[in-house]
Ligand binder design. Sequence first.
Ligand SMILES: [Zn+2]
Length: 204
Amino acid sequence: MRALLIIDVQNDFIPGGALQVPEGDHIIPIINNISSKFDVVVATKDWHPIEHKSFAKNHKKKEIGEIVELNGLPQILWPEHCVENTDGAEFVSSLNTEHIDAVFKKGTDPEVDSYSGFFDNDKRNDTGLNKFLTLKGVTEIYVAGLATEYCVKFTALDAKGCGYKTFLIEDATRGVNIKPTDVQNAVIDLKVSGIKIVNSKEII
Ligand SMILES: [Zn+2]
């Protein structure tokens, strides 16, 4: 069984959003084209309480982009984004949600960020995604969505770590590129970890 994971295709992550990913909207028609070709489709939502500690505004005298220590882990400070039950946290309206079987929310604990759709960054909390996919009999996972070097990368690494044959659909992701080589390096890290890089045109 083959699953598509659609990571964080939410209003705040596309151009015009609070934490916009350049060309983040360009992946939506690609995802819409392939979603019917999978046995199982899961989407994640970054879903933060307003007091979430990944937001620069929730730290005294800290700027967006600074790195702080949050409960023992390095944490990049982001602008406020994907606050639970706000428009910014909703799926982009052009995303076809018809084939989505389940939605998993992450980043709900204010004390720890969650890039991966499987686990919080400290690996203590589990979203239930692995159990869901196991019960569905999934053996292969294809990852698409936003942003390549954060939530997509860490979801793909955890998928691989959970024992799934894992693929990154490269043209169905976009990254932030705080440093211009961040996306490129993320793709290299994924390849080195045994994740296969594919193009959406290869998915039939
Ligand atoms: Zn977030």
